[in-house]
Every structure is written in C-alpha cells, then in structure tokens.
Design a protein around this ligand. Structure first.
Ligand code: FES
Length: 159
C-alpha cells in the first residue's frame, strides 16, 4: 500500500491490534514488525511511534531493527515483492543470467519499486532450497530451477 493512501488512523489501529495479538515484549518486536509489513506493505513512521508507546521501546531501536532485516520494510513496497536468491549455490547454477533477465523484465534494480507500485525487486540470501536453484520468491510463491527464458512467463502470472 503506497504511503499516500495509508490512512494514519487505520495504521495506528492496525498496529494496536497486531501488538494485542502477538505481544508487547522485546522478543515480540520482530514478529510484530513482520505482521505490520505484511498488513500495510511497510512500517511507517506513524507505526514506529505507536509501537514505541505500546512496547515501551525507543523509536530509534525499532527503526534500527526495521531497517536491518530484509524481510521488513520502512518504505512502501509494490503489490508483488520479488526476492531473488543471490547466494553462491544459486549463483553458480545460472542465477546470474536469471537475475539479469529479471532486472531487465521488471526494469528495476534491487531495492527499487516500479512507478506503478506493482513490483518491488529485492535480493535475498539462501532460501534453504539450493537443490532447486536458481530460486526466486514472488510474494509467498517459490520458483525453482528458473531459467532466463521463463522469467517473463512467470511474471505474467501476476498480471
Ligand atoms: S543458495 Fe539459493 S536457495 Fe540456497
């Protein structure tokens, strides 16, 4: 959900509901931030300030956790998030060529979101399924043994 359509009140209520459901201890911070990213697409400044109150943690600490983990985002993401495995086992079985085809098809570099907010391209380290590399994840769909030729067809499933 892009920031310009994010309703502040809904954002705060959503954060309150997530903390109520998951918990408010320091150990709950990462699951809470993940749930906020899933629900709103990113962790806004408003969400961080609300969390700071609810979890009794400094905003600075929340921000450093939110920006450290790649599965979390403090920037609005596209409707579909493509994560490409950049670890060595995938790289050596053709990952580099697939990644080039992916960047070209999306016209994005890692970390970028398309102007129509449809796609965000990210890289990730090993997803634990090296036997089927090269591997990419689109939202929660895993694709293995991907070839450069398949990239466009796979993306077209999300039209
Ligand atoms: S290296 Fe890509 S899934 Fe393990």
């Amino acid at each position: 959900m892009p920031s310009d359509t994010l309703n502040k009140e809904e954002n705060i209520l959503g954060v309150q509901e997530i903390v109520k459901r998951i918990g408010s201890t320091r150990a709950d911070l990462i699951p809470v931030l993940q749930a906020i990213t899933n629900q709103f697409g990113f962790i806004s400044q408003t969400a961080m300030e609300e969390l700071s109150q609810l979890m009794n943690l400094p905003t600075k600490e929340i921000n450093s956790v939110a920006t450290f983990y790649r599965m979390l985002s403090t920037q609005p993401r596209g409707r579909h998030v493509v994560q490409f495995c950049e670890s060595a086992p995938c790289h050596v079985v053709g990952g580099r060529e697939v990644f080039a085809a992916l960047k070209q098809a999306l016209a994005l570099e890692p970390g970028q979101t398309s102007p129509d907010n449809k796609w965000t391209l990210l890289t990730t380290s090993c997803l634990g399924v090296c036997g089927i590399g090269p591997v990419m994840l689109i939202d929660t769909d895993m694709y293995g043994n991907v070839t450069p030729e398949q990239v466009k067809e796979i993306l077209s499933r999300y039209e």
